[in-house]
Design a protein around this ligand. Sequence first.
Ligand code: ATP
Length: 511
Amino acid sequence: MDNDSLKKIISHSKEYGFIFPSSEIYEGLNAIYDYAHNGALLKNNIREYWWRSMVQLNENIVGIDSAIFMHPKTWAASGHVDAFNDPLIDNKDSKKRYRADVLIEEFIEKLKSKIQKEVQKAEKRFKEKFDKNQFLDTSPKVLEIQKKIDEVKARMVSAFEKDDLQEVKKIIDDMEIKCQISGTCNWTEVRHFNLMFSTKLGASEESSMDLYLRPETAQGIFLNYLNVQKTSRMKIPFGIAQTGKAFRNEIVARQFIFRMREFEQMEMQFFIKPGTQENWFNHWKDKRLSWHLNLGIDPSLFRYHDHDKLAHYADAACDIEFNFPFGFKELEGIHSRTDFDLKSHEELSGKKIQYFDPELDKNYTPYVLETSIGLDRMFLAIISNSFKVETLEDGSTRNVMSIPKQIAPNKLAVLPLLKKDGLPEYARKVMNEFSHEINLVYDEKDAIGRRYRRQDAIGTPYCITIDHQTIEDDSFTIRDRDSMEQKRINIEDLKSIVDSELKLKSLLKKL
Ligand code: ATP
């Protein structure tokens, strides 16, 4: 996959009603997108898969839906006012703006891929005698690159820990990191840029209050911790899950819906006993990766990435990265957030936010393990993995979206072969049988082959074709999106396919 395939995905998404650029008639808004019919259906299904796997399948996880507006003190306590900054740097020649940390991280990735190339070369040279570990330990070239990686990483971690932006700039200079556009090293100084959007609450200038649009949904969970724990009578360990919009004034908003300024998060905060965070961190790392793999996506497209540079609230953090068309990037974060947030809110609000542990017979501030995934990023992972342009035996091509069946926007398309002889009426009867359970499409326009192509392009797993034989013996054709195989079945067979393959429950059962 490459940027060319990203372009294809973007235009396919528009043409087939998944995603539109927002405010398009006014030339659009940078990094803001609207979801069209098929996109909204797919997005709802992904959200539903997440929500049910968290809330329905775990007795000790409850859900909430907190407001986007929160008291401004929230963001002082959480550290977002002081520390939700990205280190910004501009290239003076191209005028392109970058995140300094991303520039350095990409530089490290390049060095890592150089090692990879050395390994591949050696593999070819030594064939079956090749010992990868020995090679990594002894090859002078690899050792030299690895030394450089370790050095840059150590400098970067220390610079960010000390918030030393001059040192960050110096790393970029010393490593001669170049702008991708101008190819030069002509950089400005690195400076902080706060990512929160602000707005005002209230009618008059004097009485209005400065507010922020929430940059993460997590704080809505922390502020409700006590209310939820009491009303749902939860005992530690327990979790609170929520999905909702978040807003960030991203410096570099590129790559379609990967980095948006308005996006949706699906977050779960798991409240635990202090000292148990390492176990729960590993537990949720496993659980979340299984959730992704359960969709049947190739496991080699996922990898863990442990953070070298920790956020101000975390004592451990790991990303689940996905191989997007532009390479491996963060899809989900698993963060051990300690008791930072609850303690800060306790201090600033003056309210006691603790847990009474009946087993220990004492109060403590719970530690928190967070899983946080962007719904839009998950959407991009699904569509970029599903979208294929296939060449068929007759030399023609088809665009197909092999979206996991249970989350596909529409589950069945019902197609009467002709617009007469009672075929449309029969098709409607089949529609009525399932329309209260799953999303279906009815299509009677154009030749059947073209209708199949339309459904392939929006990822409908099965097409049901009603023909004259259907009227005689109540059988119809079912066509599989991926294999394009067709066979004749009856309504009872179809009911069992719907039940066993197309509903979310079949996905949840496998978890
Ligand atoms: P990044 O390093 O890519 O900026 P982050 O580490 O700031 O991401 P978190 O604060 O951990 O991200 O947010 C949790 C999840 O929310 C991310 O894993 C991602 O899926 C999603 N997310 C964050 N920022 C955006 C954005 N601007 N657009 C879309 N999704 C986002």
